[in-house]
Design a binder for this molecule. Sequence first.
Ligand SMILES: C[C@](O)(C(=O)O)[C@H](CC(=O)O)C(=O)O
Length: 299
Amino acid sequence: MTLRDRLREDGPIVAPGVYDALTASIATEAGFEALYLSGASIAYTRLGRPDIGLVSMAEVADVIAMVRDRVPTPLIVDADTGYGNALNVERTVRLFERMGATAIQIEDQTLPKRCGHLKDKSVIPTGEMVGKIKAAVDARASEATLIVARTDAIASEGAKKAIDRALSYAEAGADVLFVEAPTSKRQLAEVTAALGGVRPLLANMVEGGATPIHSAADLGELGFKIVIFPGGIARALARTASEYYASLFTHGSTTPFRDRMYDFSALNEVIGTPEMLARGKAYEAAEKDADDPKAEDAA
Ligand SMILES: C[C@](O)(C(=O)O)[C@H](CC(=O)O)C(=O)O
C-alpha cells in the first residue's frame, strides 16, 4: 500500500527518526510502517553539530540512497527549506524522489534554517513559500510522492497566522501539513480543529522541545495522521555512546558494559550477515555450475 493510500485509512502512522541504513533497518524490523529521515539526526550524528542548516542537499540524497538500498519502508524525508528558492526546491524534489523518498518535507524558514524547537527562527513571506510548494508539486515525477509543507510561523507570528499559512500551502498543492512546534495541548487541538478536514496533519515529538510529548494514540485522537519522533534515536544513542566510552575509559574493558551491547553474532544477525553470506554462496554455486560442462549436459 502506498503512503498516500495509507493516509486514507484509520489510525495514526508512527514514523520514528532514522539517519542511516542501520537505524532504518532496525526501525523497520521493529515493525514501523514508515520512517522519518531526520535532518537534525543527520546533523547530530554525521557532523556532531546542531540542526542549523549545515547539512547539504547532496549529503541527504546520499543517506536516502543508502537507506533505500537496505529497506523498502516508506520514507518521509526532511528537505529543510529545499536548500534555497523555488528552483532549488525543484532540484531537491527531483533528486530526493529519484533516490527513493516517499514524501518530501519543505519548510518556510529563512536561510540558514534552524531546528524548529530552537529560538530566534524567522519565516519567508507566505507568497514565496506558496511558490516553493508549487515548484515541489510540479517537480515530482510521480503523484505517489507526497509533498509535506511545514510552517515554522507559530514562534514568530502565532498559531492563527501559522494556520493561515498552512491553508495557503494546502491550496498550493501540499499533500500533508506540518505546523511546527505548538507549545501546548490547546495549541495542538487548535491546529487539528482548523486544518484536520483540509489535509492529513503531521505532529512532531521532540523530547525536551517546545511541544509537550504525547503518545501517537493521543495525537491520533486529537486528529493527527502522522506522528514523528525525529531526534529520539540520536538522543538515545548519544547517551549510550557517552556511557559506553566512559565505562571503557574507566575499566579499560568492555566487559562491564556487555549486557547493554549486542555481541558479535547478535549484531551480525541485525545486519543480515548470515543471510547475505548464504546468498553469496548460492551465487558461487551457480557460477560453478555454469562453468562445469557436465552440469550443463545434465541440465
Ligand atoms: C523535524 C526536524 O526538522 C528534524 O530535522 O528531524 C527537527 C527535529 C529535531 O531537531 O529534533 C525539528 O526542527 O523539529
